[in-house]
Design a protein around this ligand. Sequence first.
Ligand SMILES: *[C@@H]1O[C@H](CO)[C@@H](O)[C@H](O)[C@H]1NC(C)=O
Ligand SMILES: *[C@@H]1O[C@H](CO)[C@@H](O)[C@H](O)[C@H]1NC(C)=O
Length: 185
Amino acid sequence: MRISVVVMVTLSYVTALHADVQPQKDFNLQRFAGRWFRVGLAYDSAAFAPYRDKMRISMGMITPHNNGNVNLTMWDLTPAGCVSKLYRYERTNKAGQFTYLSTRHSMMKDITVVETNYTEYALVLKHKKFEREYTQVALYGRSRSLRPEIIQKFRDFARSRGFPPEAVLTPPHGAENCPPIGSGR
Ligand SMILES: *[C@@H]1O[C@H](CO)[C@@H](O)[C@H](O)[C@H]1NC(C)=O
Ligand SMILES: *[C@@H]1O[C@H](CO)[C@@H](O)[C@H](O)[C@H]1NC(C)=O
C-alpha cells in the first residue's frame, strides 16, 4: 500500500501557491474513472461561508474520453430538487493535471489529482494562480465514509495550503436518492 505523505513547505501563503504541486505519480485515468463521493471540501470564499452548514456529501461520476479528457458529473440536492452539473476537464501534458473553463468565474482553472489510491480516496486541488478566493481542495472517496487517517490527511493538506480551520469541511451524508436510483451508475 503506497500512501505517500505529500511533502509540504509551509512558506507564506503566496509562496505556497506558487510551489509546484505534483500530480499522483503514474496517474492512471482508467483506474480513476467511475463513481466518487465528495467527502471533504476546503473552500475559503466569503460568498460560500453562509452555505457551509448546508453542504452535504455529493456524488460524482468521472467519465474519461479516449483522448484523455474527462467529464465529471456531480449531483447536488438543492431546494429545487436533485440537480446534476457537468464539468468538462481537458487533459494537459501532465497526467493527473487538467484544465477547465469555469463558466461561473469565466476563467481557466487547473485541477491536480494530488494523491489517490484509486480504490479508496483522492485528494484534488483546484486552483487559479494568484486568486486565493477560487482555490479549493476536495477529498473524494469511493464510499461516503473514509478512515480517520484519510480525513486527517485532507485536513493537513488543506491547512498547509492556507485554509483556516472553519473553511475545511467534512459535511454530513447527502440524500440517498440524489441522484435518483438507477441513474449515474
Ligand atoms: C487503497 O486503500 C484501501 C484501504 O486502505 C486498501 O484496501 C487498498 O488496497 C489501497 N489500494 C492501493 C492500490 O493501495
Ligand atoms: C461529455 O459531455 C458532453 C456534453 O454533454 C457529451 O457530448 C460527451 O459525449 C461526453 N463524453 C463522455 C465521454 O461522456
